[in-house]
Design a protein around this ligand. Sequence first.
Ligand code: ATP
Ligand code: MG
Ligand code: MG
Length: 320
Amino acid sequence: MPKVGNNAKEITKGLFLNEDPEKLFTDLREIGHGSFGAVYFARKASTKEVFALKKMVVTGKQAEERFEDIKKEVKILKCLKHDNIVKFECCYLRDHVVWLAMEYCLGSAFDILEVHKKSLQEDEIRAICAGALNALVYLHFELGAIHRDVKAGNVLLAVGGVVKLADFGSASLVNRASSFIGTPYWMAPEVITSMDEMLYDCKADVWSLGITCIELAEKKPPLFHMNSMAAMYHIAQSDSPKLCEARSKWSEGFNGFVESCLIKDATNRPTSKELLNDPFISDRRDSDSVVLMQLIERTKEAVRQLDQHYRMRKILINDH
Ligand code: ATP
Ligand code: MG
Ligand code: MG
């Protein structure tokens, strides 16, 4: 794994606060679950401001390695400043638990799919994609970083219809990488084959964005019915996936955009910056936040109709 920074002590210094977040924050409610812990809605007692708290426990067998990964995630998020990236607030370390406080969002694009149980509309997909693409251009071209885990579950929506890229737990601050990181179904072919020979770069995120488009259009990424090893074999060996109901349901522009993201040979695949000029993205940008605010409203309405105990009530948590 590429090393970030020179010295672990230097990173820790100033990275964590030592106060007790369980005293500073009230009203904690679980809103998400990742591979290593939960994410909570929380209110700062002193100001009543709302935040998301990602709780990461650092104990057990590989605690040291895990702590290095967490420090990397926090350090990366802390240096990112962009409207389409979830905003870092502060981070606490108490009794082997790291609490990452960040801007609160309503939920991920994946959560929204789960509420509606059907694919999103093309306008909505375009708006989500455009926001994520802005974040990627910033990451790739201003910081030389790679996200390495672009998927609907890591693309959040905030009040006002703003897209926020989140979860920098897999990100790399170097723009060429060789480690085998990400979530299998969204992985670019060159990330899979880099296991034995070559390096990959930020175009791996462009591939994952194309897969995310298919996920939003079809509720699942391609090959999701297979186990992850078989899926990775197919990603590396088979032709690129396409939108299923390509001609009947989706515009030519959308088909073309997905096709560009999913050009198998990374050298021929456009960069995130080039994709900003793809007509699918550039033609109707003015309406993006309106489209997303309507999506949020229609999602809230759908959640209100859901069973009282259904976990998606998190989307309404801060509504009074
Ligand atoms: P993964 O298994 O994808 O690596 P993870 O453990 O790294 O997950 P995140 O992806 O950061 O965790 O967060 C898990 C979920 O928590 C997200 O999919 C989302 O639903 C929710 N979540 C994360 N951050 C926020 C936030 N700032 N505001 C609202 N919800 C959030
Ligand atoms: Mg995640
Ligand atoms: Mg993660």
